[in-house]
Design a protein around this ligand. Sequence first.
Ligand SMILES: [Fe+2]
Ligand SMILES: [Fe+2]
Length: 283
Amino acid sequence: MTTIPTFNLLEPYRIAEETFVIPWALEAPPVGHFPMNSMAIRGAEPVLVDTGSPAVRAQWLEAAWSVVDPLDVKWVFLTHDDRDHSGNLLPVLAACPNATLLTTWFSIGRMAEEWETPINRCRFVIEGDTVDVGDRTLVAKRPPLYDNPTTRALFDTKTSVVWSVDTFATNLPAPMPEIGELTDDEFRDGQFFGGRLVSPWYTLLDAGKFRAVVDDFQRLGAEVVAGCHSPVLNGHRVDEAFDLLRRLPDVPPWQEFTQADLDRWMDAAEGSVPPEQPRPSAT
Ligand SMILES: [Fe+2]
Ligand SMILES: [Fe+2]
């Protein structure tokens, strides 16, 4: 297991050869924090994997360009069009004139409610497609859990890193670079919580069919798992995470927070909740 010498949000850290996570996180009271990560592969033809959240646009762009010169970026792989993944897509494409956007027909349509994606810069990548990026082949694959129909994960055949998108999402007591900092109980509870949160439709699953999907995804052979909402998984935690995923169909549904919970939190705050503030401009 690698050791991350320092860890700060929006400071990229290396997880494999020429592969970096760009970390961010959101506080999510009362369950802790959720990672909000992206990834960059600085190979012969550099790849950005997702484009971060608009809430930290300037800082995210600065972090990304600390890993790779935007003029060198050849590919932007968009896993799906949710805002935490696509939120800085247009600024990224503007800064990276030599980049091709790897996306899907449906993602472009879903983003059209807010912006027009330059279709002349797009290449469609669907489930099972491979992309030759010079010194490695990337494989697009639908992960077992997802919260958007366009979702495709990305497996790097050179480093055996998989970007699992929203699968393996977990809450954390505090932002951290690697899952190894969690206890066994925290790890299990986090995987079950994140999975149920991201994909509440898991209750509809045929457990046998779902486990076959998990097996198929595991057969990619990932040795390191990075994802938007999880610290990096490596070592024994990779197989354990897949095992927990196979158990998910047997876990009772998560009971959502209710208005009574919100009332209690507001009472506890005793008027100390500040009035709603506009966020600083994200441009
Ligand atoms: Fe999502
Ligand atoms: Fe996400």
